[in-house]
Design a protein around this ligand. Structure first.
Ligand code: ATP
Ligand code: MG
Length: 267
């Protein structure tokens, strides 16, 4: 007898890219990570969660008329705010210094995150590019994700900020999987060593595991791509940083799929 398989709506995988320290490379990693997922045939919604300091639209050379504050204030629908700069990719743009950006509470932020998740069934992945800092308006996005990627620069201040943000995310106990990426690496062996030390500290003091997805070298092409308003993996696809971000995205996706399959098997 033939059995009919119950139809299931696959939920998108939610990623948040964060750092603690400002300028660590979150937006560069988030945008190029999202585009790599698209190159792999996935469909991605990239959300500018830097709220009123967002710049993802500028990084892809667009200036959308409708942005997140219009959605938050109720004057626009969520899907009317998507821009689609590349095949497979939609971006929900934030604002930059808008005087009308609504002050939202954490509860409203959580409702917004829920709203995005429930309207994102047409995407395989949602990627949040968060703002800097360790305030709740950053940590809330990271803790609500399936996977958080913490971008770390190989210098002590950035490592300390990364540890602080990992500590706050872990304290939320939401079950988010933690990953680190070393960015702007000038010495691969040293960056790998710094990542290992950070992993060890997180395991020892926070009893959490962090995956190391790899390093992105310091590469002048990154700055050039930002100036050209054309994402690195498109403008300089063979540059060392683009190749590294591709490898990182492939590894991140592979380990996330394995991890969540194991979790399902345990349940
Ligand atoms: N691997 C790299 N090599 C060289 N330059 C880089 C690299 N990564 C980032 N940059 C430079 O650093 C700048 C800041 O990067 P980005 O905007 O991604 O940081 P951010 O963490 O998102 O900053 P913010 O905290 O302001 O949101 C980029 O414009 C780029 O010029
Ligand atoms: Mg940014």
């Amino acid at each position: 007898m033939a059995h009919s398989t119950p139809s299931r709506v696959a939920l998108p995988r939610i990623w948040a890219v964060t750092s603690g320290k400002g300028g660590a490379g979150k937006s560069v990693v988030a945008l190029n990570f999202a585009l790599t997922l698209c190159e792999m045939g996935r469909t991605v919604l990239l959300v500018d969660a830097d709220e009123n300091l967002g710049k993802l639209d500028v990084m892809v050379g667009q200036s959308p008329a409708v942005r997140i504050p219009d959605v938050l204030s109720g004057s626009a629908d969520l899907d009317a705010a998507y821009i689609r700069p590349f095949t497979g990719l939609a971006i929900l743009a934030g604002s930059s210094g808008s005087l009308n950006y609504p002050e939202i509470t954490d509860m409203e932020r959580l409702r917004f995150i829920d709203r995005i998740a429930s309207s994102a069934s047409g995407f395989t992945d949602v990627v949040y590019d968060t703002g800097a800092g360790i305030g709740s308006k950053v940590v809330i996005y990271a803790a609500a994700a399936d996977e958080t990627i913490v971008v770390v620069n190989p210098e002590p201040v950035s490592v300390l900020d990364a540890y602080a943000v990992i500590k706050l995310i872990s304290a939320k106990n939401t079950g988010v999987a933690l990953n680190i990426v070393m960015n702007r690496s000038l010495a691969p062996a040293e960056s790998d060593d710094t990542a290992a030390k950070l992993q060890k500290a997180v395991r020892h003091f926070l009893s959490s595991d962090v995956r190391y997805l790899g390093l992105v070298p310091y590469d002048e092409n990154v700055g050039r791509s930002v100036v050209r308003q054309s994402p690195l993996v498109r403008a300089y696809p063979s540059s060392p940083a683009a190749v590294a971000i591709r490898t990182i995205a492939q590894k991140g996706l592979r380990s996330s799929v394995n991890y969540h399959q194991q979790e399902l098997a345990i349940v």
